[in-house]
Design a protein around this ligand. Structure first.
Ligand code: TYD
Length: 204
């Protein structure tokens, strides 16, 4: 019997999820898992090419949503499903919740269109565990400004991120069986303790 699991990391830009990806991967490896660490948009050569376009070019909102799902289709076919079939654990830095949050919440694309795309692209695949790194907008903004040159999404205004964050939180309430919310304003060491508990509980 395979125990392969699919874990996703989510949160608005500047929420700090990237800091914790390698930590969780190491926790799982220490528990004897083979871990595939990947990201969206991206994870394949086509997906990375689409990522470059998505993060830097302005486009119609529906084009953006369709390209996110096109990259995802390839990612599922080439990376996620083969890894799970081998019995590996997959950690993806973002997945479909990000499309609901950014294109649905932030950009206000009708949710039903995203539901239809999700049903087309991955009718039978959902994350087993989604770690939602949540922070107030001002904290996220301060972290972003301190660390890097901003891409297309990161240059959005506060109301965009407020709506994105709200949609993430709404989905966490809608799917409580797979979402765990993490208060990302806590010190890194405290978050790591919490992640250790979450993974121990998840992998019993
Ligand atoms: P991100 O994951 O934050 O990577 P980095 O830390 O390197 O900036 O960047 C990906 C961006 O893409 C992020 O701003 C959210 C956005 N995005 C969407 O808008 N929709 C999606 O479906 C996905 C997967 C990402």
């Amino acid at each position: 019997m395979t125990t392969a699991k699919f874990i996703t990391f989510e949160g608005i830009d500047g929420a700090g999820k990237s800091t914790h990806l390698a930590f969780v991967a190491d926790l799982l490896r220490a528990r004897g898992k083979t871990v595939v660490l990947t990201r969206e948009p991206g994870g394949t050569s086509l997906g990375e090419a689409l990522r470059n376009i998505l993060l830097h070019e302005k486009m119609h909102l529906e084009t953006e949503a369709l390209l996110m799902f096109a990259a995802r289709r390839e990612h599922i076919a080439q990376v996620i499903e083969p890894a799970l079939a081998r019995g590996d654990w997959v950690i993806s830095d973002r997945f479909t919740d990000a499309t609901f949050a950014y294109q649905g919440g932030g950009r206000k694309l009708e949710r039903q269109k995203l539901v239809a795309l999700e049903a087309w692209v991955h009718p039978h695949l959902q994350p087993d565990l989604t770690l939602l790194f949540d922070v107030p907008l001002d904290v996220a903004r301060a972290r972003l400004d301190a660390t890097r040159e901003l891409d297309k999404f990161e240059q959005e205004k506060a109301d965009f991120f407020a709506a994105t964050r709200a949609e993430y939180l709404r989905r966490a309430d809608e799917f409580p069986q797979r979402f765990v919310k993490i208060d990302s304003t806590l010190p890194i060491a405290e978050i790591q303790d919490y992640l250790r508990d979450i993974i121990a509980e998840f992998d019993r």
